[in-house]
Design a protein around this ligand. Structure first.
Ligand SMILES: [Zn+2]
Length: 203
């Protein structure tokens, strides 16, 4: 991009902003300190004495008319948007963009706390004699489960292992028969080939 200098901008070629720099040094990533010129070296904005960072940009309307014009301009802009049916860009972001990690974590913690509180309330609402009966039933269930597990170890498991063993043996026998049949077929083929070649030269 080419920059065009107007005659009124000519002085900007020779003048600098000159505002005092707050931190005339910079700490580099390796910890080295780099010094800068203590006064701003940027060019002033057109018709101003300071650069865009040091007060050269507009700071808004000053006069009452100017302020009124500003408000009127915004009003006109809003009316235009409304006429187009466009949304006024404002407010929080929509959907997941608005929910931060911290908010999500807080939500999860609140849910867990709520669930724990509801569970405690539910337990507190149960009359004591019902709770005792429930505890007894729970114990009976545990006992029955342990009994079933022991019976399975003692009776069910050996039966299952025995059946698996028999199936394995049967599969092995089948494989052995297959191997024997294959070996016999190869031997017969070899003998036939031998006979054919032996007969050849005699004819
Ligand atoms: Zn400056």
């Amino acid at each position: 991009m080419t920059r065009r200098y107007h005659a009124s901008d000519l002085d900007r070629l020779f003048r600098r902003c000159g505002a005092r720099i707050k931190r005339p040094w910079r700490t580099m990533p390796d910890g080295r300190i780099k010094h800068r010129h203590p006064f701003c070296r940027l060019r002033p904005m057109p018709g101003k004495t300071r650069c865009r960072y040091h007060g050269g940009l507009s700071t808004g309307p000053k006069t009452d008319e100017g302020k009124a014009a500003c408000i009127e301009g915004r009003r006109r802009w809003l009316a235009e948007l409304r006429a187009k049916g466009a949304k006024v860009p404002s407010g929080r972001k929509s959907g997941d963009a608005w929910v931060t990690t911290g908010m999500r974590g807080k939500r999860v913690a609140e849910e867990a706390e709520r669930a724990a509180r509801l569970e405690a309330e539910r337990l507190a609402a149960i009359p004591p004699h019902v709770r005792e009966a429930q505890a007894v039933i729970e114990k009976i269930h545990l006992f029955q489960e342990r009994l079933a597990a022991e019976r399975w170890q003692r009776e069910g498991l050996p039966v299952l292992l025995g059946r698996l063993n028999e199936e394995r043996k049967a599969a092995q026998a089948v494989a052995l028969r297959e191997a024997e049949r294959e070996a016999r077929r190869r031997a017969e083929a070899w003998v036939a080939e031998f006979n054919r070649q032996a007969r050849g030269p005699l004819v």
